[in-house]
Ligand binder design. Structure first.
Ligand code: 13P
Length: 319
C-alpha cells in the first residue's frame, strides 16, 4: 500500500470519529478563505447537500456556474457537471472531490460516433443532453436538460433532430413532438432500474400519493406517472402541490431534500434500487480534502471548450 493511500485511510478513520458538524465547520471556514462556492446536485448524499451553497438540477447548476463570482467552484456531482461548470467559467478553478464520480450515460457516446450519425443525416441539428462529455458537446448544436428538452426542440427550425445520448429521454421527447427524433442508444443505469411493477406496487401501498418520475425513466414507467419532471421540477412540484404524499421515481438522494423542505409531507422512493453509485462517491470528508488540497481540478482543452460552450450558451438563451 503506498504511503499516500495509508494516510488517506488514516485520515478517513479520524474523520469517521469527527462529527459531521466539525467537518462542516471546517468546510465553511475554507469556503471563506478560498472565496469558494459549493454546488451540489439533488442526488448527492444529504451531508454534502447540507454544506452546499446551492443544491439543484443540471440546469440550475449550469446557471449558477455561469453567474457565480466565486473564484473556486467545488462541484459535488458527476464529472460532466463539473466539466460543464469549467466550460462556462474557464477563469475559475473548478474542483471535483472525487475524479471517479462519472456518469455512465455520458460515456455511452463518443464524438467520432456522433460525427458518423451527423454524416448519415446531413442538415439535422444535434441536441445533446447535458449528460455528455465536452467533446460530444463540441459536436452538438444545442444542449438540453431534463427540464427544457421540449423547449429546446421547439426552438429549432428543423423537422428532424438527432438526439443524444439517452434513448428513453429521446422516446419521451418523441411522445411530445411531431418532429422526427433520431435517438442514440444510451440510457441511465439507475433510472432503468425503476420498473412499472414498482410504481404499481407503491400506488397500491399509497393510493393518495402523486407519482413523480424523471424523463430518463422508461416510457412504460412514465405512462404510469402523474407528472414527468426534472429533479428541480420535482422539488418545486412537491412544495406547491396540495398533496401530502409522493412516490418518487428517480435517484433516491433527492428524498433528503424533499423531506427537509417539506417536513409535513411523505415521500416514498419508487424503488430503493434507484441509487447512482457515482453520485454517492462524494462524501463530506472528500469535500474537505478537496478544498484543503485544491484537488481535483477540472481542465478542458480550449478548442473543445469554446465549441462546447456555444451549445450550452444556446440552451441557456432559450430557457
Ligand atoms: P436533472 O437535471 O433532472 O437533475 O437530471 C439529473 C440527471 O443527470 C439524471 O441522471
Amino acid at each position: 500500500m503506498d504511503s499516500r493511500f495509508k494516510f488517506l485511510n488514516y485520515s478517513r478513520r479520524i474523520y469517521k470519529m469527527t462529527s459531521t458538524k466539525d467537518i462542516a465547520g471546517e468546510i465553511a471556514e475554507l469556503k471563506k478563505k478560498l472565496n469558494a462556492v459549493i454546488l451540489a446536485h439533488n442526488y448527492q448524499l444529504g451531508e454534502v447537500q447540507d454544506v452546499a451553497d446551492y443544491v439543484g438540477d443540471s440546469l440550475g447548476l449550469s446557471q449558477q456556474a455561469a453567474k457565480t463570482d466565486a473564484g473556486v467552484i467545488v462541484f459535488c456531482g458527476v464529472y460532466f457537471m463539473a466539466e460543464t461548470a469549467k466550460i462556462l467559467s474557464p477563469e475559475k478553478t473548478v474542483l471535483i472531490p472525487d475524479m471517479n464520480a462519472r456518469c455512465p450515460l455520458a460515456a455511452m457516446i463518443k464524438s467520432d460516433e456522433l460525427r458518423k450519425v451527423k454524416a448519415e443525416h446531413p442538415g439535422a441539428p444535434v441536441v445533446s443532453y447535458i449528460n455528455t462529455t465536452a467533446s460530444v458537446k463540441a459536436e452538438t448544436d444545442v444542449c438540453c436538460t431534463s427540464s427544457n428538452l421540449l423547449k429546446v426542440s421547439d426552438s429549432l427550425d428543423s423537422d428532424t433532430i438527432i438526439f443524444t445520448p439517452d434513448k428513453h429521454l429521446a422516446a419521451y421527447l418523441q411522445s411530445k413532438t411531431e418532429k422526427k427524433i433520431i435517438p442514440w442508444h444510451g440510457y441511465c443505469l439507475t433510472h432503468v432500474k425503476i420498473l412499472p411493477e414498482h410504481i404499481i406496487r407503491q400506488r397500491k401501498l399509497h393510493p393518495e400519493a402523486k407519482v413523480l418520475v424523471h424523463p430518463e425513466c422508461r416510457l412504460d414507467v412514465i405512462g404510469l406517472a402523474d407528472e414527468t419532471l426534472s429533479t428541480g421540477g420535482m422539488i418545486r412540484y412537491a412544495k406547491s402541490s396540495p398533496a401530502n404524499e409522493f412516490i418518487i421515481g428517480t435517484e433516491t438522494g433527492i428524498i433528503h431534500r424533499l423531506k427537509k423542505e417539506n417536513p409535513g409531507k411523505k415521500f416514498y422512493p419508487a424503488t430503493e434500487l434507484a441509487v447512482c453509485p457515482n453520485m454517492k462517491k462524494i462524501d463530506l470528508w472528500k469535500v474537505l480534502a478537496s478544498m484543503k488540497n485544491m484537488e481535483h481540478e477540472i481542465r478542458v482543452p480550449e478548442d473543445i471548450r469554446k465549441k462546447a460552450k456555444k451549445a450550452i450558451d444556446r440552451m441557456l438563451e432559450i430557457v
